[in-house]
Each structure stands twice: as structure tokens, then as C-alpha cells.
Design a protein around this ligand. Structure first.
Ligand code: NAD
Length: 432
């Protein structure tokens, strides 16, 4: 089945915000290391969207020590994030949001603020201000979808929702106009000195439909902060307890900390996640592991199931924010060294690799994060059932899947991928 599944929902391994928090935390932690040398303490992030994925941002930024203002047009979405404690406070006043942010940043305290309003109104207003410049600006409104996602400015929210149904063409027209205004304001903030990056929602490409020809002047988050990790076959790796018992996840958290004590970011994450991340649906966990590490973790899961310390099989999958399974020129494969951004072979090779390696199910999608027609990507899910055959499947899939990321980046000429291959004994099929 070839489908428009966006990402993990299409491969039946969607774990709601339990999944996104870690990826978002990883991105903001990498950004902080690159620009500020440590964490986000004392820094203010301005962003949009508090939906399924965007809702992870407030908690991720505060976990990295920073302050965040999240603009959201739907009051109920803000309330939901307050109720689940992903968000600290809400206001509908821009000035109040800025004052709260400044006070917290000056005191070095983390704080997340939901600001009710439309990004296409507020981001340009902030860009026009004299006395305030956020340190970091990004966006996670659902800009990839100009009809069912992005909400245009210039009309009240409820009227916009009605227009979506009564006159979709007019709605789309207004949404494209608003996205252009929004994207231009982000470019202005970049010119004024803010660190601006695209967070995988295709706002830049959408704004180009309305003549914002320099939309790509600010980078995507992958080339800016993630690609060096992709060269190591590193990426998000997730597991779900089929018992439905969160204690199984806690047992695995502890075991993983002991298996990888040298990975301090991972250990810090597992400790924070255990305390702060609420389970939704089947209990699950996510972390970033590289080539060699994932198969070790897979064997650990299978051993824990075999010994009965974990009550039922563990399902293992991953995101499509991945090193070797994606062709997405406005996200994962943006600005590749050899210009191979749109080469689709890697997604196809990856799905064949996971089938041959023994995944429980393999999936192939269109559209992940950026919208229909802009990307192709493959997913895999494997089951640690505690049997020797289960161990063989889990370790084979979890060795070969990240290896595809090393191959993909070596093929594109990234030195780091060759170094990692040499250090970890990966035979690269293509010459240097
Ligand atoms: P969502 O539809 O659940 O939420 C989007 C939110 O944006 C909604 O709450 C909506 O009310 C709000 N919104 C829309 N237009 C607005 C506007 N003009 N001003 C203020 N708020 C507005 O979507 P989601 O699951 O949170 O995903 C957000 C975007 O991020 C999508 O485009 C998605 O494809 C992309 N995404 C990125 C990653 C990544 O790894 N970086 C991962 C998954 C999804």
C-alpha cells in the first residue's frame, strides 16, 4: 500500500506527543550547543502551533532551560496543553507574553507561554518592534496543508473554520497569502539577528507560491542541526509496551541507562522523561541511538521479554525523521552535499532492506511533514517477542536500518559517514 500517511501514523507507530518531545528536545539541545555553547538558559524562543506535534515544543524548550512563546490560534489547543502540564501559562496579549518571557529569561528560569492569536498577525508585529528581538524563531503551524491545516489571518478564527467548508478556494487563497506574510516576517527577524530555522512544516515552500523567492534563506532544521547525527546512523528510535503497563517502560528506562552510561544526553533524557512525559495510549518511549547501539538495545528488549522482567512483547519502530529512509528535499534531505536532495532510491532501498531483514511490518509513504507530493519515506516496525528467532529479526533489522543512513550519507560525500563506518566496522558498498 502506498499511502499519504504523513509519518509515523502511516507506519502504525504513532505515539502522540510522547514521540515528538524527545526529537524536539534533541533539536533545541543541538541548537543551543551550536549557538550558545551550553543550553537555552536565558534565551527566548518564538514559535507557532500547539497541535499534536507542535505541542511538544513548550516542554522541550523548558527541558533545555529556555523560555518559549507559542502563538496558537485555537484557544482549546492552548488549554489542552495547560491541562496536561506541557505548557505553563496562557495570555492573549502580546505585550504581556513578552514581559513574562523577558522576566523569566532574565532570571534564568524556564517558562512556556501560550499566546492566543494568529502567527501572520503576531510574527510581523514582533518583527516590527524596536525593543524586543527573540533569540530563536521557528514555526510548527500545519503549513504543509493550506486547507485543513494553516489558518489564515484577517478574519476571526470561527469564521475561518466556516469558510473552510463554504468556500475552500477562497480559504486556500487566503492561507497562501497569510503564509507569505508569516514567512516574510521570519526572514525579517533573521535579518535583525535572530536564529531562524524551519521546523519541517514546509512553510517556506508554501510561501514561495506567493512570490517569497528568498524563503529558503533560513535553513531547515536538518542541515542546521541534525545532519551530523544522521552521518552516524543516529536517529529517533521508539518502543511500545504491548502489556499496556507503564512499569515495563520504567524497567527498560533503567536497563538502558545501565547499557549506555556514557551517553549523558540520553541518560538525562530518560530521567526527565520518566518524570515529565505522560503516557497516551499504549505506554511508549523514544530515544536517539546510532548505528551499533540500536541493535544492542533491541537484544536487551528481547532478553527482558524472555526473562519475564517485561510482561509482554515490545514493539520497536522509529520516526521518519531518519538518516537513511527518506527523500524529502525540503526537510531530511535538504541541501545534501552532492545535490541528491530529491533522489528517491534511498526510501525504496530502505523498505526493501527492512523486509529482507525481518521486520514485522514495513511501510512506504508519501508526504511526511511537508505535504503530498513533496517526499517519500519508509518505515519499519519489529517485535521483540523473547524468542531466539525474535532476537535474530530484531538485531538484524536494527543493524541494517541505521546502516542505510551511513551508506546514504557516504554516497553523498559526507566525510563523517566514512569515519563512522571505519570506526564501527561498516563496509561501505561505494568507493570513497
Ligand atoms: P496540527 O494540525 O495538530 O497543529 C497545528 C496547529 O497550528 C493547530 O493547533 C492550529 O490551530 C495551529 N495554527 C494553524 N494555523 C495557525 C496560524 N496561522 N497561527 C497560529 N496557529 C495556527 O499539526 P502538528 O501535528 O502539530 O504538526 C505541525 C506541523 O509540523 C505540520 O506541518 C507537520 O507536518 C510538521 N511536523 C514536523 C515534524 C518535525 O520533525 N519537525 C514532525 C511532525 C510534524
Amino acid at each position: 500500500l502506498m499511502m499519504y500517511g504523513q509519518m509515523t501514523a502511516g507506519s502504525w507507530i504513532y505515539i502522540v506527543t510522547q514521540g515528538l518531545i524527545q526529537g524536539t528536545y534533541e533539536t533545541f539541545a543541538a541548537l543551543a550547543e551550536k549557538h550558545y555553547g551550553y543550553d537555552l538558559r536565558g534565551k527566548i524562543v518564538l514559535t507557532g502551533g500547539l497541535g499534536g506535534m507542535g505541542g511538544a515544543k513548550p516542554l522541550s524548550v523548558t527541558m533545555a532551560g529556555g523560555v518559549v512563546i507559542c502563538i496558537e490560534v485555537d484557544k482549546q489547543r492552548i488549554q489542552r496543553r495547560l491541562d496536561t502540564k506541557y505548557l505553563d501559562v496562557m495570555t492573549d496579549q502580546v505585550d504581556e507574553a513578552i514581559k513574562l518571557a523577558r522576566d523569566a529569561a532574565d532570571a534564568g528560569k524556564p517558562l512556556s507561554i501560550g499566546l492566543l492569536g494568529n502567527c501572520a498577525d503576531i510574527v510581523p508585529a514582533v518583527a516590527a518592534m524596536d525593543g524586543f528581538l527573540p533569540d530563536v524563531v521557528t514555526d510548527q503551524t500545519s503549513a504543509h496543508d493550506e486547507l485543513a491545516g494553516y489558518v489564515p489571518h484577517g478574519i476571526p478564527y470561527e469564521e475561518a473554520l466556516a469558510l473552510r467548508k463554504s468556500d475552500p478556494d477562497r480559504y486556500i487563497d487566503m492561507a497562501f497569502d497569510s503564509m507569505a506574510v508569516h514567512c516574510r516576517a521570519m526572514l525579517d527577524l533573521q535579518k535583525k539577528g535572530a536564529v531562524v530555522f524551519d521546523y519541517g512544516n514546509n512553510l517556506r515552500r508554501q510561501a514561495m507560491h506567493r512570490g517569497v523567492d528568498n524563503a529558503m534563506d533560513y535553513p531547515g532544521f536538518v542541515p542546521a542541526y541534525i545532519r551530523h547525527l544522521f552521518c552516524e546512523g543516529e536517529g529517533p528510535f521508539r518502543w511500545v509496551a504491548l502489556s499496556g503497563d507503564k512499569q515495563d517502560i520504567e524497567v527498560i528506562d533503567e536497563e538502558l541507562k545501565q547499557l549506555f552510561p556514557e551517553k549523558t544526553r540520553l541518560v538525562r533524557w530518560l530521567e526527565m522523561a520518566g518524570k515529565k512525559v505522560a503516557h497516551m495510549g499504549l505506554p511508549s518511549r523514544i530515544c536517539w541511538l546510532a548505528y551499533g547501539e540500536r541493535e544492542k538495545a533491541g537484544k536487551l528488549f528481547n532478553d527482558l521479554v524472555a526473562s519475564g522482567r517485561v510482561k509482554a512483547p515490545i514493539v520497536i519502530g522509529r520516526d521518519h525523521l531518519d538518516c537513511g529512509s527518506v527523500a524529502s528535499p525540503y526537510r531530511e534531505t535538504e541541501a545534501m552535499k552532492d545535490g541528491s536532495d530529491a533522489v528517491a532510491d534511498w526510501a525504496l532501498l530502505n523498505v526493501m532492506t527492512s523486509v529482507a531483514s525481518g521486520s514485522a511490518w514495513s511501510s512506504f509513504h508519501d508526504g511526511g511533514g511537508v505535504g503530498i507530493g513533496y517526499s517519500m519515506h519508509a518505515g519499519q516496525v519489529t517485535v521483540a517477542d523473547g524468542t531466539p528467532a525474535g532476537e535474530a529479526r530484531v538485531t538484524t533489522v536494527l543493524r541494517n536500518d541505521p546502516a542505510m543512513g551511513i551508506f546514504r550519507h557516504a554516497d553523498a560525500g559526507y566525510e563523517r559517514a566514512f569515519e563512522v563506518a571505519e570506526q564501527r566496522g561498516v563496509t561501505i558498498p561505494m568507493a570513497k
